[in-house]
Design a protein. Structure first.
Length: 257
């Protein structure tokens, strides 16, 4: 089934999401760059799942509500989003900023969540693993830092940039700064509550991640000792793009066992 666009109004925030496929619900939470396109990994997952990909409040085609002040607001919003769509036993997959959001959601309530897949998530700090300062990188440099294989960066940079895309990029960047400026890209209160996550967790990382170094993966595994950890060799910050087939196989195996 092809992906279709949908909107819902929730607490004064007109929220855009794409939905495609059939099966158990899988909600994918995107990173700081947004999710302007339907990517191949989404189409692959839609062969097994009912895939729902929202634009977070303040990102993409969703509104930027006045009540959005911090990452905790996003977590509570998504708990209500899942309830509004009457989703049960959700496979919650989050990449980067979206992975941070997924953890903040899960420490609060997992009643509607069956499992959690954290893909190179932000959200915690790790000794000796300093994240790149995404607020100092130009848009072009950010794209180049996303990937281990430069072919993916060149393909993305070859896409013509429209005025609309520039505006959305600025909007996404502004919201990311609102959520993750200080402290940079993590919530110092989050680690002490990770024990509340009582559903199966898979941690997925690219060994050559230049935005959030793989050392953070090992710290997260220490904090979530029962979680599975998969590190993809020759892979950067977006395993779902650089290792799409292997990534989708992992999600299906993990969620459907």
């Amino acid at each position: 089934m092809p992906f279709t666009d949908h909107y819902l109004e929730l607490y004064g925030c007109r929220t855009h999401y794409r939905r495609g496929g059939k099966g158990e619900p899988l909600v994918f939470l995107h990173g700081a760059g947004g999710m302007p396109l339907v990517l191949p990994f989404m189409e692959q997952l839609a062969q097994r799942f009912d895939v729902i990909v929202p634009d977070h409040p303040g990102y993409g085609q969703s509104d930027e509500p006045e009540w959005l002040e911090n990452i905790h607001d996003i977590a509570y919003f998504y708990l209500d989003f899942l309830a509004h769509l009457k989703l049960e036993r959700v496979v919650l997959v989050g990449n980067s900023m979206g992975g941070w959001m997924a953890m903040e959601i899960a420490v609060r309530n997992t009643a509607r969540i069956a499992s959690l897949v954290l893909v190179s998530p932000a959200g915690i700090a790790a000794p000796g693993a300093e994240p790149a300062d995404i607020f100092l990188l130009s848009p072009e440099d950010t794209v180049r830092q996303l990937f281990h294989d430069p072919r993916y960066a060149e393909e993305r940079l070859a896409i013509p940039v429209t005025p609309e895309a520039i505006d959305l990029g600025l909007k996404n960047r502004h919201t990311t700064a609102r959520l993750a400026w200080e402290p940079r890209l993590h919530d110092p209160m989050l680690p002490k509550w990770l024990h509340r996550i009582d559903v199966p967790v898979a941690i997925v990382w690219g060994k050559e991640d230049r935005l959030l170094p793989v050392g953070i993966a090992h710290e997260l595994k220490r904090l979530l000792p029962r979680a599975e950890l998969k590190i993809f060799e020759r892979c950067g910050h977006l395993p779902q793009v650089e290792k799409a087939d292997e990534f989708c196989d992992l999600v299906v195996r993990f969620a459907c066992r």
